[in-house]
Write a protein that binds this ligand. Structure first.
Ligand SMILES: [Zn+2]
Ligand SMILES: [Zn+2]
Length: 350
């Protein structure tokens, strides 16, 4: 069957303070070059970091989206023929250089030469997406596309972040997750609980409390009602959590979250505040308290495959709501207001 030449996409108009997402028809379909494939999308999750594209926080392409699932419908030159018709996931990491020290250690997610979906190339909120054959993720049979989608960014980001609390933090010890009820956070609660950590979930509102408890948190602290620092200290013998993962990207979250970690603990930066915001802690405090500060951006290919296997076994169960493609602009606005509990996924029109 001949493929169409134009398509429907979600497009960012005037990125910046007045930026908005609009649905646009008649946009050209790109063709796969050497080592690339064309994927006909089924669905795509919408991530809080897609708001950065809309708000013009950095240089991005016109079409956002970086957790999409679809079927390979066309191969570029030099791509193995068995990829045709495979169901695949397209992640934030569109490609890596393959030659640097990070790539050689399997940490492709930290490759300085990486290209990113929605940033360096157009994203997954389109009907047909060009993807790099080497950096696709094969989706196992038995994992529905709408379940796989949020694992590609939200799930993988938190699989990576939870792995970073080791070796300092041991199973049975406390991890506080700031922003635990959102798209990334709630899967992080489940991953951390599955790994044996005691999770203190921090977020606001009853829906998020219910979700975090469902995902395995031992406690929920509502920042809209409680003093977060004293609540976390009360839960942890007055010392603070052994590890803190800051998933929220607000400046306020980063100003408060370092106070939640105990001495010799680990603090992991995940959420993305504006680029000019600096980590709000003095080297003297970091030194005196013996803190370990780490950064985490998505995760490795091995962590991706492990996560999909856990989903297949029913051990990782993202909370998803599926919407029509035309709802994408409204979902971006809800994300900007921190109103989304779990993950909203849109169906891409066939
Ligand atoms: Zn994301
Ligand atoms: Zn590299």
């Amino acid at each position: 069957m001949a493929l169409p030449t134009s398509q429907t996409v979600a497009w960012i108009e005037s990125p910046g303070a007045e930026g908005k997402l609009v649905i646009r028809d008649g946009v050209d379909i790109q063709q796969p070059a050497k080592g690339e494939v064309l994927v006909k999308m089924e669905c795509s999750g919408i991530c809080h970091s897609d708001c950065r594209n809309v708000e013009g926080m950095g240089k991005y392409e016109d079409i956002p989206g970086h957790e999409g699932v679809g079927v390979v419908v066309k191969l570029g030159p030099d791509v193995a023929s068995d990829l045709l018709s495979k169901r695949v996931g397209i992640k934030w990491l569109w490609s890596a250089c393959g030659n640097c020290a990070a790539c050689k250690r399997g940490k492709v997610n930290n490759c300085p030469g990486q290209l990113n979906t929605g940033r360096s190339v157009n994203g997954t909120l389109q009907q047909y997406v060009v993807a790099h054959a080497t950096y696709l993720t094969l989706i196992p049979d038995g994992v529905p596309s709408e379940v796989a989608a949020p694992l590609l960014c939200a799930g993988l980001s938190l699989a990576g972040a939870v792995s970073k609390v080791a070796p300092e933090v041991q199973p049975g010890e406390f991890i506080a997750i700031v922003g635990a009820g959102g798209g990334l956070g709630h899967i992080g609660v489940q991953i951390a609980a599955h790994k044996g950590y005691k999770v203190i979930a921090i977020d606001g509102g009853e829906d998020k409390r219910v979700l975090c408890k469902e995902m395995g948190a031992v406690a929920f602290v509502d920042y809209t009602k409680e003093d977060v620092v004293s609540a976390v200290k009360a839960l942890t013998d007055g010392e603070g959590a052994h590890g803190v993962i800051c998933v929220a990207g607000s400046e306020r979250a980063y100003q408060q979250a370092p106070s939640l970690v105990r001495n010799n603990g680990v603090f992991v930066c995940v959420g993305l505040p504006p680029d000019d915001f600096m980590f709000p802690m003095s080297p003297i405090h970091i030194a005196n308290r013996g803190l370990v500060i780490k950064g985490s951006s998505t995760g490795t290919s091995e962590q991706m495959d492990e996560l999909l296997q856990l989903a297949l076994q029913g051990k990782i169960t993202p909370k998803i709501e599926v919407y029509e493609f035309a709802d994408a602009p409204k979902i971006i606005q809800e994300l900007q207001r921190y109103e989304v509990t779990g993950r909203k996924v849109v169906k891409v029109p066939s």
